[in-house]
Ligand binder design. Structure first.
Ligand code: ZN
Ligand code: ZN
Ligand code: FE
Length: 764
């Protein structure tokens, strides 16, 4: 008989870990105990050597499905002579910390019970267990127990209490445990008045949706606006109520088989679609059949997710001719944060929705749906939020606790503690009172949950970013040092950290982005950086061209096109669509503006070059969000017939001139070449240019690792063209897998640079 004390760290609380250990110990004949601590789970195991080894192997290699083990350490202990294995009360080490689990889709066991007429939770829309259900969105504080969640006020009934206390039960210490007798309930509101409750509420919502109306639905991390995605009028009405914004709407189906009635089958994407995180997955939309064209205008892809709460499953039941696919789009106007509080939702969503399907389980932390695509069969983030936040990403280097504020668009922050980078959920566009409040609230919440008080602030170099102002305000009020990090250096560092590149390594950062403040005060975004975490050197760049209106040009791609044409020496002839998009008077004003250099900052942005091509081809002249024009250009290129031509860029020393590509495109347009083919030739040209530049930099500097980052790299067609080409030339090619390539991943890079800068600073 020997005894061992085992400490397990990682995501091990709120995931059914202790009852699993208890059951495993019982089957192995071990005695002792297991308990949660604020730094993980502790196990005291007594028994024969083989049984203890078997327990260790199970913990390390076959933990319960939602657990993510980081480390398992053991020390010898004195046998206590216990006669059984028990679960002890939690131990709270002051200062200890451990990850909080994300919100996870309802599991198959719970769904089976929900469909079993003999089960007491039959058709109960808030069924959950230790393997599934809400977590991050309902956590108020740590340790993670019932009182520290928004389920605190719901008194458990005796049956639920018995399950909660029984270590052999699947719901042992499932904090959100609930049943129809004691848990949250659904309600349907029309014009601010409850007209139906419980099952009736869902039935009414279904009939309202089936009539082609719009229902606001409260989910796990916020509200969705839903309508029948096959009803062209309903989709058009939703678009017009959302102020005609052009962003594609996400779709929801009850199961994968239904999804594949609209998009081609794809086993890799199906696996991502079915994963317990249930992200929105982009699928090529070759012949989407009955889906209303207004769902994703101009896009070659559709975003689908599967029902992920029990309420969604009840809502989407196939009976009675109910639509097979619903639009489920974040319930907000354009750039506002997603609505998540009932009263706020009533106020903001009243003009958008015909009815509201609510429930009385409060949401503490809003989390938008995550959006992913697949590259070479692997999941790649476009937005990392529900299902993933607040899980940490591993940091490649040590440093003091740091809060990195990110940038202004599609923002998420990053809070570090030791080697953990806790990346926030999607916060959104900074610069409004709502988002800044949301940011502040979320950052303080993370600091409490992970027991981190930042010793250092990291932020973007841009002096006018709202995130920079917020960072400097925080640094000032808390007397903390602040590190300003150049935007594209942060992107490169983020991609290196995402791939666990150690701090002594350098990479060629190919950073293609919409915008970012350069060290010369100009607008960067088409950069080749030689960089480590600690420093960077700008080795090559897309040639500067004057951008009338600066960052505002992102909303008017034709202006970028006009500036690019001018820079390439191509006259503004009226046969070019981008020229026709401007009035004669506007052309005159722009001409004067460019000549006089008024409000026309120099820009090397690759995102703006993609904008320019989109407008040149008549694909998009006005965008209602950043990235719209490049996405439409990618969609056009994807639908082109096969073509091997690649437009040329002139590469001269540090300067990359796109003029030859622009001239070739205009020539092809005049010859009547299909716009989609021109779009493809441009993509091919960019990929070839990237490879040529990287080869040159490798020859000169001996760096064979390339990091692809910046929002332009969310273009998977560009990745499909560039990555194999780089590999074929022997480059180690890094892309993002754990955080998005766009500004949603930039805070991770800021934190790494801040750590490296401190490490590199001379010690007094
Ligand atoms: Zn479950
Ligand atoms: Zn109950
Ligand atoms: Fe960026």
């Amino acid at each position: 008989m020997i005894a061992r004390r085992i400490h397990v760290s990682g995501v091990v609380q709120g995931v059914g870990f202790r009852p699993w250990v208890w059951q495993r110990a019982a089957s192995l004949g071990l005695v002792g105990w297991v308990r949660n601590s604020s730094s993980g789970v502790e196990i005291h195991a007594e028994g024969d050597h083989a049984a203890i080894e078997a327990m260790l192997a199970s913990v390390a290699h076959q933990p319960p499905p939602l657990a993510a083990i980081e480390s398992v350490t053991t020390v010898p202990a004195n046998p206590s002579g216990a006669s059984a294995f028990v679960i002890l009360d939690s131990l709270d080490h002051p200062g200890g910390s451990l990850p909080v689990a994300p919100d996870i889709a309802v599991c198959d066991d719970c769904l089976r019970e929900m469909h079993d007429p003999a089960d007491r939770r039959y058709r109960y829309p808030f069924i959950n267990c230790t393997n599934c259900g809400p977590r991050f969105s309902i956590v108020l504080g740590i340790p993670y127990d019932r009182a520290n969640t928004t389920m605190g006020p719901f008194r458990m009934c005796p049956e639920c209490r018995a399950q909660y206390d029984d270590p052999s039960n699947r719901r042992f210490h499932a904090q959100p445990i609930a049943c129809p007798g004691c848990g949250p309930q659904a309600a349907l509101e029309l014009n601010g008045r409850v007209v139906a409750r419980r099952e009736d509420a869902i039935a009414r919502a279904r009939s309202i949706l089936a009539e082609g109306l719009i229902v606001a639905i409260k989910g796990v991390g916020g509200f969705h606006l839903a309508c029948d995605a096959t009803d062209t009028d309903a989709v058009a009405r939703l678009r017009s109520r959302k102020r005609r914004e052009q962003r594609p709407f996400a779709l929801m189906c009850r199961d994968a088989a239904t999804v594949f009635r609209f998009v081609p089958e794809d086993p890799r994407r199906e696996a991502i679609l079915r994963s317990p995180e249930r992200p929105i997955v982009l699928f090529p939309a070759i012949d989407p059949g009955a889906i209303a064209p207004g769902v994703a205008p101009g896009r070659a892809e559709l975003g689908f997710m599967l029902a992920y709460t029990p309420l969604h499953h009840l809502l989407l039941e196939p009976a009675g001719g109910f639509p097979d696919v619903l639009v489920m789009t974040s319930a907000n106007l354009s750039d506002e944060p997603i609505a998540y509080e009932d009263d706020d939702a009533r106020r903001r969503l009243a003009p958008l929705a015909d009815a509201m399907l609510l429930h009385d389980r409060p949401i503490r932390m809003r989390t938008d749906d995550s959006v992913v695509t697949a590259f070479e069969g692997r999941r790649v983030f476009l937005r990392r939020s529900r299902g993933f936040a607040p899980l940490p990403v591993a940091l490649p280097l040590d440093g003091p606790p740091t809060l990195a504020f990110g940038a202004d668009m599609k923002n998420a922050f990053c809070l570090t503690r030791e080697r953990h980078a806790f990346i926030s959920h999607h916060i959104g566009e900074m610069g409004t009172v709502e988002t800044e409040r949301a940011f502040e609230d979320a950052a303080r919440h993370f600091e409490r949950l992970f027991r981190v008080h930042p010793h250092r602030i990291a932020h973007d170099l841009h002096p006018d970013y709202a995130s920079t102002r917020a960072a400097l305000a925080r640094a000032g009020s808390d007397h903390l040092p602040a590190v300003a990090v150049q935007h594209h250096h942060a992107h490169a560092a983020s991609c290196m950290a995402d791939n666990a590149i150690p701090p002594d390594r350098r990479a060629i950062g190919v950073i293609f982005d919409g915008t970012g403040y350069g060290t010369d005060g100009k607008v960067w975004g088409g950069e080749f950086l030689l960089c480590s975490y600690a420093s960077f050197e700008r080795a090559m760049q897309l040639r500067y061209s004057p951008l009338p209106g600066g960052d505002a040009a992102a909303r008017r791609p034709y202006r970028g096109a006009l500036a690019a044409l001018r820079a390439a020496g191509i006259p503004w002839d009226r046969d070019i669509a981008a020229v026709r998009a401007a009035t004669l008077q506007e052309l005159e004003i722009l001409e004067g503006q460019i000549n006089a250099g008024i409000n026309t900052p120099d820009s090397s942005s690759m995102g703006r070059l993609f904008d320019a091509f989109a407008s040149l081809l008549g694909i998009c002249h006005r965008a209602d969000h950043e990235g719209q024009a490049p996405c439409l250009l990618e969609s056009a290129a994807r639908s082109s017939p096969t073509d091997d031509t690649a437009y040329e860029f002139t590469i001269d020393d540090a300067d990359i001139d796109p003029s030859p590509a622009l001239r070739a495109a205009v020539r092809d347009l005049r010859r009547g070449v299909d716009a989609r083919t021109i779009a493809l030739r441009f993509h091919r040209g960019v990929a070839a240019m990237v490879t040529a530049c990287c080869r040159r930099l490798r020859d000169e500097h001996g760096i064979g690792t390339v990091a692809l980052s910046g929002g332009v790299w969310q273009n998977t067609l560009l990745m499909e063209l560039a990555v194999p080409m780089l590999r074929a030339h022997g480059f180690t090619t890094l892309i993002h897998y754990n955080v998005p390539a766009n500004d949603g991943g930039i805070a991770l890079g800021q934190a790494c640079v801040a750590h490296a800068v401190i490490a590199a600073a001379p010690h007094p």
